[in-house]
Design a protein around this ligand. Structure first.
Ligand code: DGJ
Length: 728
């Protein structure tokens, strides 16, 4: 299902809303294992009394005197001024205050969810805030967001417009967030909440998951634990700049605020328009961080947070690290032969295939000139799509649709289409020439849409698009937005991008699309409703990938994580690793390859073929199963994780040696997620050619034994790895 995330519209919400009595006191918003209690009385402020396990009754909360009584959306001017505001506006007449009181409460529902909508009005100004809580019954996730509208005499400036605010009682609470950079994305950071404010934000403009990602966890019972303890997860579903703050003050609460970053984005909202903030997805689990992850994975797959979350993805070869810009028809067709011969199902031609006046032989030219370079591909794309069809595989192609280069026909013809400030020298990105297109401009939106539409109309056999984005917004200015709306650029850029993606998805619902941004720069739930998968990192070194994939899996399901087998030694770390280790690491997500197969040794080819064939038997469970991270490579010399299908009849276990020192202690691995009463037979997969399976192969154990006593997994050397299939 494709969900429309953030929309600027003057229309009313198209839900069949039924007004219910607001005066029944407390409102309970709940999923099977999570509840929020809100106190909504007409004419009073809206309060959040509780968030946590669903077992707490409102009566008990009241009796115990434990209701938190926190403003649900603290607004500047009303809330306790020592709190951070979640909402602050500058009214048309310059008034900076809001005194929001409940006007009415309504609910609506669909097959999987129930939405509670609280409408609040300012006591003085014609200003309305609607707060939404959408509780998913199949995923233990509650999304919250707001709609802001007004009928004042002029525009209102949104100085702060968080999507949500929650409070939890103070205690030994730990924050986990993901920090990183290009080629080292998603490294978990754990810190105990201390008095003060912790802020996590990203100001890149186009991408938002390099450096810090817009998802966090809060462990409520002391240091984060993978398997036990109460934990809250929060993901801001937005592709642009964001601001997440955790504040611990002198009161008895920790406050979590999350929303679009208002720095340089004090959005100007005209009368009669509605601004919808992006959803903040919240989850709660009593199974520690692993439980939070599984809740997010289920919600992502089933509730439209990924374009086709339940699809099983094909095994592919991507041309980038194999041949970079050196594309020729002969090379591409040969690579198709190679991936087909190893059992692959899709070939993706990466960067370098386009350009007319300017050639794309390096990264400094031709973005925006989406015509085939006939020097490289004399028979056009048709020869390639025909070639793929003849070989019985699918064909995919790379584009970077939001960008241009100063050396391009597009920029020569439409210099105003790039974000820029008239009179100021352009700051250029990748290749010393790259610029970001002005997606606030409907003409540019249309150009980007037509780029994809024309390509797919002319080449209906294109089954997959890799959509890249390799530059931040460096020139903060739009020739389209009026002078008094320049504050809207960061936000309108992403609303414009969403409009384009919605049009593409409407016409091409089955197209597989990968979101990529210099690796994992767009690992966020703002963009994923339009994409099927994301490129996890440009770093394909399997050792570092174990760590990057570990962190990414905190929030993203395996079918979304594109993981490729690459060369050894690897170009950016120089590390030499065995082909089996490379295959096993890539197999724990959406398996692919990224190398020149003609340079593979016979041994490498044999192993990759084995891995691909074995993966076909495992991928349903890997891509759609429930993930358990069993042994953490950050604290142990091995990483072990497993995926279990919903019926607990099939499971896959991956074990990787990430450090080998003589006498290092490797823990016995206690499995999870199995049926204790059932028996499981182990089958070792992707066994190295010429070697025997390990002693565990073919043995049968009870689920109880595997979970209570566990297994000693033989991993006795550097880069040793094992893949086991468990069948009930
Ligand atoms: C950055 C991506 O992350 C790479 O995978 C590759 O597609 C290059 N761009 C191509 O320029």
């Amino acid at each position: 299902m494709n969900s429309i995330r953030t929309i600027l519209t003057s229309s009313l919400l198209l839900l069949t809303a039924t007004t219910v009595s607001a005066w029944s006191g407390q409102i309970k918003v709940s999923t099977p294992h999570m509840a929020m209690y809100l106190h909504a009385h007409e004419g009073e402020d809206l309060r959040l009394d509780y968030m946590g396990a669903t077992s707490a009754s409102s009566l008990e909360l009241e009796e115990s005197g434990d209701a938190l009584q926190a403003a649900a959306i603290p607004a500047f001017g009303t809330a306790d001024m020592t709190w951070l505001p979640a909402l602050q506006v500058e009214h048309a007449n310059g008034d900076l205050n809001l005194e929001l009181v409940v006007d009415k409460v309504s609910t609506s529902s669909d097959a999987n969810s129930k939405t509670t909508i609280i409408t609040m009005k300012d006591k003085l100004q014609p200003f309305t805030l609607r707060i939404f809580y959408k509780a998913f019954q199949n995923a233990d996730v509650i999304e919250t967001w707001t709609e802001i509208s007004h009928h004042e005499k002029g525009a209102v400036r949104l100085r702060r417009y968080d999507s949500g605010h929650i409070v939890i009682p103070q205690g030994d609470v730990w924050l986990t967030h993901l920090h990183g950079t290009w080629s080292a994305e998603m490294m978990p950071v754990n810190e105990r909440l201390a008095p003060g404010i912790t802020e996590i934000k990203n100001t890149d403009g186009t991408r938002n998951a390099h450096l810090d990602a817009p998802e966090i966890m809060l462990s409520l019972d002391g240091e984060p634990n993978e398997h036990t303890g109460r934990a809250i997860g929060a993901a801001l579903c937005w592709g642009g700049n964001y601001d997440i703050r955790v504040s611990t003050m002198e009161n008895k609460m920790h406050h979590l605020y999350a929303g679009i970053d208002p720095q340089s984005s004090q959005y100007v909202l005209d009368p009669g328009k509605t601004f919808t903030t992006p959803p903040l997805a919240l989850t709660y689990s009593e199974e520690g961080m692993g439980g939070v992850s599984r809740n997010f994975h289920r919600w992502a797959r089933h509730d439209g947070m990924v374009h086709d979350g339940t699809g099983v993805r094909p095994i592919l070869l991507n041309s980038w690290e194999g041949i970079y810009f050196d594309i020729t028809e002969e090379r591409i067709l040969k690579m198709m032969d190679d991936i087909k011969s190893m059992g692959g199902e899709l070939f993706v031609m990466d960067d370098g295939w386009f350009g007319r006046k300017y050639e794309r032989n390096t990264d400094n030219a031709a973005l925006g000139d989406w015509v085939v370079d006939t020097k490289k591909l004399p028979h056009g794309l048709k020869a390639l799509t025909d070639g793929a069809r003849e070989r019985g595989i699918k064909f995919g192609i790379w584009l970077e649709p939001e960008m241009t280069n100063t050396k391009s026909e597009l920029f020569e013809q439409h210099p105003d289409w790039a974000l820029q400030v008239k009179g100021r020298e352009l700051k250029k990105g990748r290749g010393g020439t790259q610029l970001v297109l002005d997606l606030t401009n409907p003409k540019v939106q249309d150009f980007v849409y037509r780029t994809i539409d024309n390509l797919l109309t002319a080449n209906p056999d294109i089954a997959y698009i890799k959509w890249d984005a390799n530059a931040p917004i460096q020139n903060y200015g739009s020739t389209y937005e009026p002078a008094d709306r320049q504050d809207n650029i960061y936000v309108d850029y992403h609303l414009g991008l969403q409009k384009v993606l919605q049009r593409i998805r409407k016409k091409y619902p089955k197209l597989i699309m990968q979101d990529c941004a210099s690796g994992g720069g767009r690992a966020n739930y703002g963009i994923l409703p339009y994409f099927d998968e994301m490129w996890v990192s440009d770093n394909n070194d399997p050792l570092q990938r174990v760590f990057i994939q570990w962190g990414t899996s905190y929030f993203f399901p395996a079918n979304v994580m594109a993981q490729h087998i690459a060369t050894s030694p690897y170009y950016n770390t120089g590390r030499v690793t065995p082909i089996k280790f490379r295959c096993d690491v890539a197999m724990s997500g959406r398996l692919g390859m990224e190398l020149q197969p003609s340079k593979m040794t016979e041994e490498e080819r044999r192993q990759a073929t084995t891995a691909i064939n074995d993966y076909k038997a495992l991928r349903q469970t890997v891509q759609q199963g429930n993930r358990y991270r069993l042994v953490d490579p950050y604290t142990h010399p091995v990483a072990v994780l497993m995926d279990v299908d919903d019926s607990r009849s099939h499971a896959v276990l991956f074990a990787y040696r990430v450090r080998y020192l003589y006498n290092d202690v490797v823990p016995r691995v206690r499995l999870q997620g199995l049926d204790p009463a059932a028996s499981y037979t182990l089958h070792e997969r992707d066994v190295k050619d010429g070697e025997k399976s390990c002693s565990l192969d073919g043995k049968t154990f009870s689920g109880r034994f595997l979970m209570d006593v566990g297994l000693d997994i033989p991993l006795q050397k550097d880069y040793a790895s094992r893949v086991f299939e468990l069948t009930r």
